[in-house]
Ligand binder design. Structure first.
Ligand SMILES: *[C@@H]1O[C@H](CO)[C@@H](O)[C@H](O)[C@H]1NC(C)=O
Ligand SMILES: *[C@@H]1O[C@H](CO)[C@@H](O)[C@H](O)[C@H]1NC(C)=O
Ligand SMILES: *[C@@H]1O[C@H](CO)[C@@H](O)[C@H](O)[C@H]1NC(C)=O
Ligand SMILES: *[C@@H]1O[C@H](CO)[C@@H](O)[C@H](O)[C@H]1NC(C)=O
Ligand SMILES: *[C@@H]1O[C@H](CO)[C@@H](O)[C@H](O)[C@H]1NC(C)=O
Ligand SMILES: *[C@@H]1O[C@H](CO)[C@@H](O)[C@H](O)[C@H]1NC(C)=O
Ligand SMILES: *[C@@H]1O[C@H](CO)[C@@H](O)[C@H](O)[C@H]1NC(C)=O
Ligand SMILES: *[C@@H]1O[C@H](CO)[C@@H](O)[C@H](O)[C@H]1NC(C)=O
Ligand SMILES: *[C@@H]1O[C@H](CO)[C@@H](O)[C@H](O)[C@H]1NC(C)=O
Ligand SMILES: *[C@@H]1O[C@H](CO)[C@@H](O)[C@H](O)[C@H]1NC(C)=O
Ligand SMILES: *[C@@H]1O[C@H](CO)[C@@H](O)[C@H](O)[C@H]1NC(C)=O
Ligand SMILES: *[C@@H]1O[C@H](CO)[C@@H](O)[C@H](O)[C@H]1NC(C)=O
Length: 408
């Protein structure tokens, strides 16, 4: 699966390296001032013939750019810049008030000419996007730790960090053993540091999943609605190289939803505790006013599964419907994402675009539902046909026998 920045070719081999951590270090002479270990995944929207979302990850081989990185001086802030691939870069800028340091801004630069990552891009620009409010901070002389994934929105890109440990304004060369643990880690794993594989959901092959009511809110307005029961079907190799198949129900009570809505792209991100992150990307074709589910990505931290195992496919074409309508499928439906990963949906209704209230617009129903509705009609029609045939046969028979009497 390497080099990862060229969109990990055999994605269907549940590409566990996609999210491997990078270690980045900024030095001033011999002393280290910033050190970061982190996994980062970018989801970048760019213009192809219509809206399209590419998924790029910060690869293992990302390296610190000594030219732009600095430990800071009078008037300039410490800045960590990691470069990867063909002109892509991630920057973290820091500040401190003496007792607390924080990340002041995140910058992502990406090169749309890199056709391996951005196929069919209709621009060759190098784009730079910034997020100014980041909320990563820790006391000086401590390490900021956040193993949970945290998503940041940078204009056209969503950046998700996980397994993060970082420190700036360092006094030694190694990360301080004093850890300042982020809120997300605290709420789910109360005290002890998490082992590399989190306690994940126990496979639950029994029974259909409970239906969850999810939505995405942007600017205090609901912009995406999704009510559905979800069952994940994942095949992977464990540490002993044994092929294992897990069928896991998504538990709505333990799952939170987030995401984003743009003119042509809407994303729903479901996070079940620390262990499962599932995102659905919907694309609207503004020429035809039709939308569909165009991408699914899954990252799991389950016991026995290699840490941060992921599965991504951004060229799907499911759940097709029209702008102004919701898509509904009460019957069980299987969305094959990769040969090793599929999702079974139950009692599904989604509306990723044109949401004006907190209610679904009128639904366009899937073929299976329509076929099921057809069965009683077909049976009914067949029965009426049968009755008709019997009746006709009877009448003909009666006429015949009548005629027979006359000849006698
Ligand atoms: C860095 O370390 C090397 C060897 O440990 C030493 O020779 C050199 O003088 C040091 N440089 C600075 C700027 O401290
Ligand atoms: C796509 O192109 C339109 C029109 O040029 C522009 O307004 C929009 O910001 C572009 N979207 C992205 C993601 O670059
Ligand atoms: C790129 O595509 C968008 C959306 O289709 C379009 O609005 C824009 O004009 C295109 N830009 C260029 C430079 O072709
Ligand atoms: C982000 O931080 C870098 C480094 O401190 C700085 O050069 C840049 O101007 C900042 N960008 C914004 C938008 O604040
Ligand atoms: C952007 O990518 C193209 C093609 O891979 C490459 O030729 C160009 O040098 C890259 N630009 C930068 C700024 O690295
Ligand atoms: C630094 O900032 C933190 C949080 O913003 C605050 O609690 C602390 O009092 C500040 N310290 C100084 C010395 O200004
Ligand atoms: C951080 O540690 C260094 C070296 O141990 C010490 O000089 C400095 O005062 C400490 N700073 C804070 C804010 O504790
Ligand atoms: C949402 O809010 C942001 C800033 O708060 C604003 O720039 C943007 O236009 C708003 N979008 C909509 C669709 O209202
Ligand atoms: C899970 O996927 C495998 C392989 O694609 C398939 O054989 C199996 O029937 C699926 N199980 C469920 C419950 O969907
Ligand atoms: C696991 O299986 C693959 C392909 O069958 C093989 O290339 C690899 O060496 C195996 N690894 C271990 C640890 O057995
Ligand atoms: C959008 O719809 C139009 C009209 O149906 C079609 O010609 C075009 O190929 C579609 N675009 C994409 C990217 O599917
Ligand atoms: C992604 O999904 C599409 C459509 O189902 C399929 O043709 C393609 O093979 C999938 N990609 C991979 C890497 O399996």
């Amino acid at each position: 699966c390497k080099p990862l920045h060229t969109v990990c070719k055999p994605l269907y081999t549940v590409c566990k390296d996609l999210y491997t951590a990078a270690t980045l270090e900024v030095k001033d002479g011999n002393s280290t001032c910033i050190k970061a270990e982190l996994s980062a995944v970018f989801s970048i929207s760019y213009n192809a013939s219509s809206g399209r979302t590419a998924v790029v990850s910060l690869p293992d081989g990302a390296s610190v750019d000594p030219g732009s990185s600095s430990c800071g001086s009078e008037g300039s802030a410490p800045w960590l810049v990691a470069v990867f691939g063909s002109g892509h870069a991630l920057g973290l800028s820091f500040s401190s008030n003496g007792s607390v340091y924080s990340v002041t801004n995140l910058t992502l630069q990406y090169n749309l000419s890199d056709a391996a990552v951005f196929p069919e891009a209709n621009s060759s620009d190098v784009v730079t996007v910034v997020s100014a409010s980041v909320g990563i901070s820790a006391p000086v002389n401590s390490t900021y730790r956040c193993l949970s994934s945290a998503m940041f929105r940078l204009d056209t890109a969503n950046l998700t960090f996980s397994d993060m440990r970082l420190q700036a304004y360092m006094s030694g060369d190694d990360l301080s053993p004093n850890e300042s643990v982020c809120l997300a880690d605290q709420t789910t794993t109360p005290a002890p540091p998490r082992p590399t594989t989190a306690p994940g959901p126990v496979p639950t092959p029994a029974g259909p999943p409970e239906r969850g009511m999810y939505n995405v809110t942007q600017n205090n307005t609901v912009c995406l609605l999704a009510h559905m029961g979800l069952q994940l079907n994942l095949t992977y190799s464990d540490a002993q190289n044994k092929t294992i198949q897990d069928v896991v129900n998504v538990n709505p009570d333990l799952t939170s939803s987030s995401g984003s809505c743009d003119a042509n792209t809407a994303t729903l991100v479901l996070t079940q505790e620390q262990s499962t992150t599932l995102s659905f990307t919907f694309t609207l074709n503004s020429t035809s006013n039709k939308y569909h589910l165009s991408g699914v990505s899954l990252v799991v931290n389950w016991p026995n599964v290699p840490a941060n195992t992921s599965a991504v496919n951004s060229s799907l074409n499911y759940l097709r419907s029209s702008l102004g309508h919701s898509y509904m499928c009460n019957s069980e439906q299987t969305l094959v994402v990769l040969p090793t990963f599929s999702i079974n949906t139950f009692k599904l209704q989604v509306q990723p675009f044109g949401v004006t209230t907190t209610q679904f617009s009128s639904a366009e129903e899937c073929q299976v539902d329509q076929d099921q509705m057809l069965i009683p009609i077909v049976v009914g029609a067949a029965l009426s046909g049968l009755v008709l045939i019997v009746l006709v046969a009877y009448l003909i028979g009666r006429k015949r026998s009548h005629a027979g009497y006359q000849t006698i």
